[in-house]
Design a protein around this ligand. Sequence first.
Ligand SMILES: Nc1ncnc2c1ncn2[C@@H]1O[C@H](COP(=O)(O)OP(=O)(O)OP(=O)(O)O)[C@@H](O)[C@H]1O
Length: 268
Amino acid sequence: MGRITTTELSWSVKGHRLLDNIEMAVHDGKIVGLLGPNGSGKSTLLRLLAGLRKPDTGTVRYDDTDLSDLGRRAMARRLAVVEQDVSAHHHVNVRQVVELGRTPFRGRFDALTDYDRRIVDEALERTEISDKQHRSWHTLSGGEKQRTQLARALAQEPQEILLDEPTNHLDIRHQLELLDLLTSLDATCVVALHDLNLAARYCDHIVLLDHGEVAASGPPEDVLTPDLIKRVYGVAVLVDREPATGTLRVTYLGTATRTASTRRPAPR
Ligand SMILES: Nc1ncnc2c1ncn2[C@@H]1O[C@H](COP(=O)(O)OP(=O)(O)OP(=O)(O)O)[C@@H](O)[C@H]1O
């Protein structure tokens, strides 16, 4: 398990600040939810955390090491990324996609070891995609592709996982299973989500983004408040606790006037 810390992280495109002064600390084994309206910067932040974009200012640290000092292979051995738009895998089956998760641990021409195969089997089982392991990638449904990508990530045996809206193609059972699975892992997770109730139920901590800035950061009960949700999303909500489980519950009452942000809108 690893710790992820960002300090004064900023990123711009053509003079427009898309992320501004992001301060975030994700502790070992915790699940941090990235929330925020469309275009608020969730995917961009995940890309910076993954080292796929270089920040203009600020740092990303994994444990005590600056991301820029971690080599690509060292990163691939500890960090798994489950992206929103799953990349196309041509002429490969599900199992071969999941086997890619073992690449950082193998030499270029090395065959899979028994250990590799066992880890791949387990990843396929935990994501309930074993029965489709010989199916061609391009024949999968959106949810099956998403579960295969998660299996590839698990096959990496990562210390940290970054997930960009991993539930968006999943039916409700698989949404709950995916988040239960993340909870059961020995890994630190940062997950971009749109569903406030799933975030309330599964996240230890929430970072709420608005126009590339942190509007609020803290435990779900501090961030998922009617005032903040109205201000950031422009939606009136009722927040209470579900009587049987005591879980925080957000009920959408309707759209409301969104408090004007001081931020400039991102470029179109
Ligand atoms: N390379 C780029 N060039 C210009 N604008 C960009 C670029 N990358 C991201 N943006 C803009 O930055 C803003 C944040 O985008 P991002 O994809 O991070 O938002 P998001 O919170 O993940 O949104 P969604 O919920 O819709 O997935 C958007 O307005 C987007 O259009």
